[in-house]
Design a protein around this ligand. Structure first.
Ligand code: 13P
Length: 200
């Protein structure tokens, strides 16, 4: 099996896992990886249920929007993914979730403090909220850049979560930790006054 086919299968498998774990809901959320040397990205199609998504549904495209492979339309957030790849050279996988605890903070446009060591070890610190931008526009990605400075994840105002990594495995783990920190912080607030960490 060639690299492209393996990556398509990995995106499908991780998307289904994300749906089952509650990181994705409905058909929302999207995942991509970038083959930088070739200037191509592989991305989930828009509005396809994760329990029926197949490897052949994954769209291969250039960062300028040119479709190279796939019979479906790419995620409506492909411009956000492309903007991140263009502006963050160390990133080769992008994962956008609607995980509920973290998205609740995104709706409040609140930073999630670094209350767990994983916030530093995996994410780089607290989880900032990027300024609102109209879904589907390049601005969603551009507005996330300051929030991602020195970080591997952030939230997007009234929208969801953005996690990045050097590969799909790392981006996935970072998205899990964004949700974990948000959930623990919410629970801690319900029973007392959480103490944020200043460093690891
Ligand atoms: P699609 O990737 O299905 O277009 O989902 C959009 C989305 O998650 C907007 O937040």
């Amino acid at each position: 099996m060639n690299t492209l086919q393996k990556l398509k299968q990995e995106i499908v498998a991780r998307s289904l896992q994300a749906f089952r774990e509650g990181l994705f809901s409905g058909t929302s959320g999207n995942m991509s990886c970038c083959l930088r040397e070739e200037g191509r990205m592989l991305i989930t199609p828009t509005s396809v249920r994760y329990d029926v998504m197949r490897a052949e549904d994954i769209v291969v495209m250039r960062l300028d929007g040119t479709i190279l492979e796939g019979r479906l339309q790419p995620s409506s957030e492909w411009r956000m993914h492309a903007a991140i790849y263009e502006k963050k050279p160390g990133v080769s996988a992008v994962f956008h979730t609607h995980s509920p605890y973290a998205t609740a903070f995104a709706v409040n446009r609140q930073t999630i403090p670094a209350v767990l060591i994983e916030a530093f070890a995996f994410l780089g610190g607290d989880i900032r909220c990027a300024d609102y931008a109209t879904p589907g526009t390049r601005e969603v990605g551009l507005n996330a850049l300051p929030a991602l400075e020195g970080r591997m994840g952030c939230t997007l105002a009234n929208h969801g979560v953005l996690a990045v990594g050097k590969d799909l495995q790392q981006a996935y783990l970072n998205a899990e930790y964004v949700e974990d920190v948000a959930r623990i912080y919410s629970l801690a607030r319900a029973v007392g006054t959480p103490v944020p960490l200043e460093k690891l």
